[in-house]
Design a protein around this ligand. Structure first.
Ligand SMILES: NC(=O)c1ccc[n+]([C@@H]2O[C@H](COP(=O)([O-])OP(=O)(O)OC[C@H]3O[C@@H](n4cnc5c(N)ncnc54)[C@H](O)[C@@H]3O)[C@@H](O)[C@H]2O)c1
Length: 503
């Protein structure tokens, strides 16, 4: 027998501060228990301790959320009567609330996910920026008037799609909420967002602010639940018009299959990667060593676009490895609440074990361990920043997404070889090029099969700049004006101004 769900719990983080954590599903602007009363236990990966339990949504809860989201989308519902500027104001207010509660949200994120507090603050600020940015778009995304000849013209409308399901991963729990919710709501949709089972807390904290920002009930709904039941119920639901998914390529296929075999709902996918980061002989090696480190060790390597394959041109290969190792030695790993920590914990024991087994497999297959390779400390799931050289693309560490702080270093000779081997992947999310030759920088950037290419930098994302994958890294683009097309459908209305009869 499950016990009655409390509305919220108090959580004390390791710095001694106490915060309020909502624990119910957020449906129709209220926190409620799940129908079957199940719970998700939430652990902190840095302390291995239970933080709290939250409600566990399954098919019946998805159904309830869909009904309220559908009701909120009816043409006579308050949300549909909002002007586009009113929708924008709600989003701007949400951005303000996030900024006013930045420390609270960042602390919860650090406790739940294990990432360093400095990084979590950056994520929360980026989320606020994203909400404000799409708030600004709400009254600026409209159609065209197209005059074909004197007797006819057409106008186009950018209409919301309807009820949108959104499924997010655990690596950027709060930021992913912003990337999903902000453009969908700016365009006038209603949403049901499912958090990752490992990291449901910060999204539930966000929901506390939704009613006071003026969103009518049913517009924003947030469910904590697992993928197999809650996630699948969203992607296969007959009354959800669109599903936007961020996660692994394997689950992305399942989401697309479920969408196709239910109501052919529209699908966008942001998936995995094994991104090449190419360092040429003429690069500024110190700067490249910084960016290649940042490319793989940022967020403990749990980044879909991580530069996890570093290709180094042969003349500078040995020297560059030395500089990367020297930089990696300076990165502080450990207590994510310490202000000087760069790399916090991996998200779970399972991820930690997976990463360590990849390192062991790489070494067993001939890779050379340059630094790292072990667990850091005895408590929490910390992995040392790890660099493996002598890697080839037929090794698992050279071709599979590890999703941890493990860098595979590969030697190359010519620019053509770098392009060919960089593109030798089923993924195509991102890439990096480090050179002082602008012509080569542009030539290589244009030839790489990736949705994002960074020149003399890496892992820089911005809400104004589109992001998404080539090949098996995804379908569609998030962020920037491009992200709006995920959440609108264009209608063309043809007007007859006195055309001759066609028959
Ligand atoms: N391209 C991007 O923008 C981007 C961003 C972040 C993470 N990622 C990718 O996400 C992966 C890591 O995250 P993860 O382990 O949480 O991924 P995951 O695919 O296991 O889970 C992602 C989400 O999908 C849900 N899910 C699981 N099974 C499902 C099913 N059958 N139907 C519907 N939903 C289901 C999960 O509950 C979770 O909410 C990596 O591969 C990473 O590259 C991609």
């Amino acid at each position: 027998m499950s016990t009655k769900l409390v509305d919220h719990v108090e959580i004390t983080v390791p710095t001694g501060k106490t915060y309020i954590q909502p624990v119910g599903l957020f449906i129709n602007n209220q926190h409620v228990d799940s129908v079957h009363g199940g719970r998700v236990k939430v652990y902190s990966p840095s302390t291995e301790k239970l933080i709290c339990e939250v409600a566990d949504a399954d098919e019946e809860d998805v159904d309830i959320a869909v009904k309220v989201a559908r009701a909120a989308f009816q043409t006579d519902a308050p949300w549909r009567k909002f002007s586009s500027a009113q929708r924008g104001r709600c989003l701007s207010r949400l951005a303000d609330c996030i900024e006013q509660n930045l420390e609270y949200l960042a602390s919860i994120e650090t406790l739940d996910n294990g990432k360093s507090i400095t990084l979590a603050r950056g994520d929360v600020q980026a989320a606020a920026d994203c909400f404000r940015y799409y708030g600004g778009w709400a009254d600026k995304d409209y159609g065209q008037t197209i005059e074909t000849d004197i007797k006819r013209f057409a106008y186009t409308r950018h209409e919301p799609i309807g009820v949108c399901g959104q499924i997010i991963p655990w690596n950027f729990p709060f930021l992913m909420c912003a990337w999903k919710i902000a453009p969908a709501v700016a365009c006038g949709n209603t949403i049901i967002l499912k958090t990752a089972e490992l990291t449901p807390l910060s999204a539930l904290c966000l929901t506390k602010f939704v009613p006071e920002c003026g969103f009518p009930p049913g517009v924003i709904n947030v469910l904590s639940g697992d993928g197999r039941r809650c996630g699948n119920a969203i992607s296969s639901h007959m009354d959800i018009d669109k599903v936007a998914f961020t996660g692994s390529t394997g689950v992305g296929r399942m989401v697309m299959r479920a969408a196709a075999s239910s109501n052919l709902k529209k699908v966008t996918l942001e998936l995995g990667g094994k991104s090449p980061n190419i360092v040429f002989n003429d690069a500024d090696l110190d700067s490249a060593a910084v960016w290649t480190n940042y490319g793989i060790f940022y967020n403990s390597g749990q980044v879909c676009c991580a530069g996890s394959r570093v290709y180094v041109q042969e003349d500078v290969y040995d020297e560059f490895i030395k500089r990367m190792v020297a930089k990696a030695k300076t990165l502080k790993v450990g207590d994510p609440f310490a202000e000087d920590t760069f790399q916090g914990a991996q998200v779970s024991k399972q991820q930690y074990e997976r990463i360590v087994s990849y390192i062991e497999s790489g070494i067993a297959h001939g890779a050379k361990l340059e630094i790292g390779g072990k667990r850091h400390g005895n408590l929490g799931y910390f992995v040392e920043p790890t660099i493996l050289s002598n890697v080839t693309e037929d090794m698992a560490v050279g071709k599979e997404e590890i999703f941890g702080p493990v860098l595979a270093v590969i030697k190359f000779k010519t620019i053509e070889e770098a392009i060919r081997r960089g593109n030798n992947s089923t993924y195509g999310l991102a890439a990096g090029v480090h050179t002082n030759n602008i012509t080569n920088a542009i030539k290589v950037s244009n030839a790489l099969e990736a949705g994002t290419v960074w020149v003399n930098c890496y892992n820089l994302l911005h809400h104004q700049i589109p992001f998404g994958g080539y090949k098996e890294s995804g379908i569609g683009r998030e962020l920037g004006s491009y992200g709006l097309t995920n959440y609108t459908q264009t209608k063309a209305v043809h007007i007859n101004l006195g055309m001759d009869s066609p028959i």
